[in-house]
Ligand binder design. Structure first.
Ligand SMILES: Nc1nc2c(c(=O)[nH]1)N[C@H]1C(S)=C(S)[C@@H](COP(=O)(O)O)O[C@H]1N2
Ligand SMILES: [Mo]
Length: 211
């Protein structure tokens, strides 16, 4: 896993353009969730399955992360200042079973997305409730969203309602509907079709036939 923030000439991943606007990218409607209704279920391969309320969340140490944000539809926004709660601190509270290798994030509204546990536990990953010194608005995932800066932004799930620890990779909403299971912006892992080609190259040591 390479979760180092990129700087300098190589800062923008290939195929991306930078915008100063912050587009809203949501499949479906924005769910309206009041902070006191937020409940995040920690399930699967955790030592003590439980739910975190808004006040449980706010009692965790606050962290600030400055990071770029890369959407697979090719826009990138730079220098976002996120504030919230470390994913590591969160999982330390419930304990991770040794067999856990992946996570599925569940959201109000039904969206899901998957990633390796290691990536979820990146020191730059957080459950954010603030962006550029303001409470996150509903369209951008308020009251609280996940932010995983080193993966494409569809992994940064808005309106998180659950974190499920799994013994293997399972695909979330976009990952079932054509997007890559991992989604590294630096190697342009956009589509699930690329996974098949990569597997073919590993098996045969050659390029797959042109389609
Ligand atoms: N719950 C939920 N989270 C989501 C999405 C979504 O449709 N539902 N869209 C994803 C995609 S594709 C992107 S690019 C980012 C966009 O975040 P933004 O709307 O704050 O720019 O959220 C991600 N998280
Ligand atoms: Mo996206």
């Amino acid at each position: 896993m390479d979760d180092r923030p990129k700087r300098g000439n190589d800062r923008i991943p290939p195929g991306q353009y930078v915008t100063d606007k912050w587009p809203v990218l949501t499949y479906g409607e924005t769910p309206q969730i009041a902070p006191h209704d937020v409940s995040i279920a920690l399930t699967g391969l955790v030592s003590s399955p439980s739910s975190l309320s808004w006040s449980d969340l706010q009692s965790l140490p606050r962290i600030d992360v400055e990071a770029d944000f890369h959407c697979v539809t090719r826009f990138s926004t730079l220098d976002n200042r996120w504030s919230g709660f470390s994913t590591r601190a969160l999982l330390e509270r419930v304990g991770v079973e040794p067999a856990a290798s992946h996570v599925m994030i569940h959201c109000y509204g039904g969206y899901t997305t998957n990633m390796p546990l290691e990536d979820f536990l990146s020191e730059h990953a957080l459950l954010a409730d603030r962006h550029n010194d303001q409470a996150l608005d509903a369209d951008h995932g308020g009251p609280v969203r996940l932010v995983v800066p080193h993966l494409y932004a569809w992994k940064s799930a808005k309106w998180v309602s659950g974190i499920e620890l799994l013994p293997e990779d399972q695909r979330g909403f976009w990952e079932v509907n054509g997007y890559h299971t991992y989604g590294d912006p630096w190697t342009e892992q956009r589509f699930s079709s690329q996974e098949t080609k990569a597997a073919y190259q590993v098996r045969r040591g050659v390029e797959p036939p042109k389609d």
